[in-house]
Design a protein around this ligand. Structure first.
Ligand SMILES: [Zn+2]
Length: 140
């Protein structure tokens, strides 16, 4: 959790992005149990730019790291003005602890993700470039 709180804000790292949507769909092909619930995260400027999500298996110590995917997405959409989706898949590399923690097995959880970055509008970008120390003063 502290790592999450220490992360720079989305606005600091990616000032050109107004909003980032992260959709996570989990699937474990090795089990007949129902798949974990999909997750939808919507991040705005002040949110920490932290893109690692714990594996939904309760007994797994793994996590899915989308940091690189987010960077790729945002670099790619820097020249565009439209919201741009980016999809991909990751496999969990964690270990599951079963049978009273004496037996470990690699986690087989698969993640399909979709990232959607909404670029800042031109007028918002202008406001940002003025910086926080220069509020608009009344014209006299
Ligand atoms: Zn896992």
């Amino acid at each position: 959790m502290s790592e999450h709180l220490r992360a720079d804000s989305l606005r600091t790292l990616f000032p050109q992005i107004r909003q980032l949507r992260i959709e996570l769909i989990f699937n474990d092909p090795t089990t007949q149990l129902p798949s974990p619930s999909p997750q939808l995260h919507t991040l705005f400027g002040p949110a920490p730019a932290f893109f690692r999500f714990a594996c939904p298996c309760a007994d797994c110590d793994g996590a899915f790291d989308l940091t690189e995917a987010v960077a790729t997405l945002i670099t790619g959409c820097a020249e565009r003005t439209q919201a741009t989706p980016f999809t991909g898949q990751l496999a969990c590399r964690g270990m599951r602890f079963r049978d009273h923690a004496t037996h470990q097995s690699p986690c087989q959880m698969q993640l399909s993700f979709q990232l959607l970055a909404e670029p800042r509008r031109a007028d918002e970008a202008l406001e940002l470039s003025r910086g926080p120390g220069a509020p608009l003063r009344g014209q006299r």
